[in-house]
Design a protein around this ligand. Structure first.
Ligand code: 5GP
Length: 137
């Protein structure tokens, strides 16, 4: 049983902000920023690869709903909507979930994208796109 299933089953407490038959949303205990919230399907799937499409769609719709509520509640400058897939990417709870992380200042969360655009030829871009396209299921 994942820690989130324990929250869903009310075996451990959480600050729940939304719940329906399929999806639940509650404050992330770490509160990386004020209002940091998780959106979680009630049925546990390990990661996005395993998620049934209809449930994934429901999770995204709830993510929008809760994001709007967080925006109204705390008036951040913006927010990051984030999923960590697998340990290498920072996943620690292996029950698919989406983070809503309100942003108040540029440096309140550390996550840096390097721009490698100038290291790549247009052929390399083409190849990368082509191999992804080939693998669309
Ligand atoms: P991940 O690292 O897997 O993307 O995110 C897992 C998140 O779950 C972390 O941000 C962590 O703070 C949060 N978390 C872990 N245990 C609990 C808990 O017992 N209650 C709540 N509300 N959040 C938790």
């Amino acid at each position: 049983m994942t820690i989130f299933e324990k929250i869903i089953e009310r075996e451990i407490p959480a600050y729940i902000v939304y719940e329906d038959d399929d999806v639940i949303s509650f404050l992330d205990i770490s509160q990386a920023t004020k209002g940091h919230t998780l959106v979680v399907p009630k049925k546990a799937y390990k990661n996005i690869y395993e998620m049934p499409q209809d449930l994934l769609a429901k999770v995204i719709v709830v993510t929008q709903k809760v994001s709007k509520a967080v925006d109204l509640a705390f008036q951040p400058e913006g927010l990051n909507i984030l999923n960590n897939t697998n340990e290498i990417a920072g996943q620690t709870v292996f029950h698919f979930h989406i983070h809503i992380i309100p942003r108040y200042t540029k440096n309140d969360v550390g996550f840096k994208f390097e721009n490698h655009m100038n290291d790549l030829s247009s052929d390399e871009f083409k190849q990368r796109a082509a191999i992804i396209k080939k693998n669309l299921l």
